[in-house]
Design a protein around this ligand. Structure first.
Ligand SMILES: Nc1ncnc2c1ncn2[C@@H]1O[C@H](COP(=O)(O)OP(=O)(O)OP(=O)(O)O)[C@@H](O)[C@H]1O
Length: 290
């Protein structure tokens, strides 16, 4: 059997909490009969893309992103439309894409799962020419992503605190959307463009989204009364959000959106945009190994 070559691209600053000794764990648990591997570390933003492009040029079979959705996104940027597959060892705060593919969040189990991995094909999304793999959006979640970025302190507690603070003063915007053949004008609490089903932490914003259907999903959460908040949260974690009367769900190939809201996010990373948003699916553009 020919061995597969894996390049691990580790973002040493991803995640919070204890330091994980990836190199020792990979040596111990990755099946050396199946794989030859090398480990590279990022030292700045953008490095993961450079390391992934280099690996694809060397026909390395798999580049495994070790980090959060930001690192995965950077690796994927280097692998789209190549024969090299993306793999994931999750080490972020939300791990939306990894959880979508039921990749374990425990390091040892995630490495052991690589030993059973197979290649699958997936779509991605483009939002104003920037790649997203999991979700991108505008509205409340983007406001929180911007606040989180500016806050400086990471972790779930900071995220929960900033979400609560933003929620108490949030004013919904009006959006003009042109989606394939359909036009919608709507006020919304948030709009999410989803390739995969969740934001991270098993918060299913688009429970019906599939990464291999050649389509993106749009979830529109309409403004809702305060008393409906708990029910919406419960539905989000129970994969039932699409059944709420405050939620509208669509699938699309291409979409343009105009609004006065300048704050968007891509896979949870904040993005400021002034022009209109253009979102489109990139069908079957990436191989993923899990
Ligand atoms: N060595 C480095 N030093 C500082 N920043 C880095 C380094 N390597 C990568 N980065 C940047 O770190 C950012 C955050 O990475 P990542 O998303 O993996 O972690 P996270 O923020 O902890 O996870 P999550 O997105 O799930 O919250 C990325 O935008 C990446 O460009």
């Amino acid at each position: 059997m020919t061995k597969q070559r894996i390049r691990f691209v580790i973002n040493p600053i991803s995640g919070t909490g204890r330091v994980i000794k990836w190199s020792a764990l990979i040596q111990q648990y990755l099946d050396s009969k199946q794989f030859d591997y090398e480990i590279k570390y990022t030292s700045a933003q953008g490095d993961a893309t450079t390391l992934a492009i280099e690996a694809a040029n060397q026909n390395i079979d798999i580049v495994c992103a070790v980090g959060g959705d930001g690192t995965i996104n950077e690796v994927a940027q280097g692998l789209v439309n190549t024969t090299t597959s993306l793999a994931i060892l999750p080490r972020g705060s939300g791990n939306g894409l990894a959880r979508h593919f039921t990749i374990p969040t425990k390091p040892t189990q995630a490495i052991l799962q690589l030993n059973q991995g197979k290649v699958h094909h997936m779509d991605a999304g483009l939002i104003n020419d920037k790649l997203f793999l999991c979700v991108a959006g505008i509205g409340f979640d983007a406001t929180v992503a911007h606040a989180f970025d500016a806050f400086g302190k990471r972790g779930l507690l900071s995220y929960a605190w900033l979400s609560l603070k933003a929620f108490l003063s949030y004013k919904p915007y009006t959006y003009n959307i042109r989606m394939d053949q359909q036009s919608i004008r709507t006020k919304a609490f948030l709009l999410t463009f989803a390739n995969a089903s969740q934001f991270g932490n098993n918060a299913y914003i688009a429970p019906e989204a599939h990464t291999n259907d050649g389509l993106l999903n749009l979830t529109v959460i309409k403004p809702f009364p305060l008393w409906a908040t708990l029910g919406l949260l419960i539905k989000t974690f129970n994969k039932k959000l699409h059944l709420s009367k405050y939620c509208e769900s669509y699938t699309f190939n291409t979409l343009t959106l105009q609004s006065d809201n300048p704050q968007t996010h891509i896979d949870g990373e904040p993005l400021l945009q002034t022009e209109e948003l253009q979102v489109q699916v990139q069908p079957n553009c990436l191989k993923i190994f899990y």
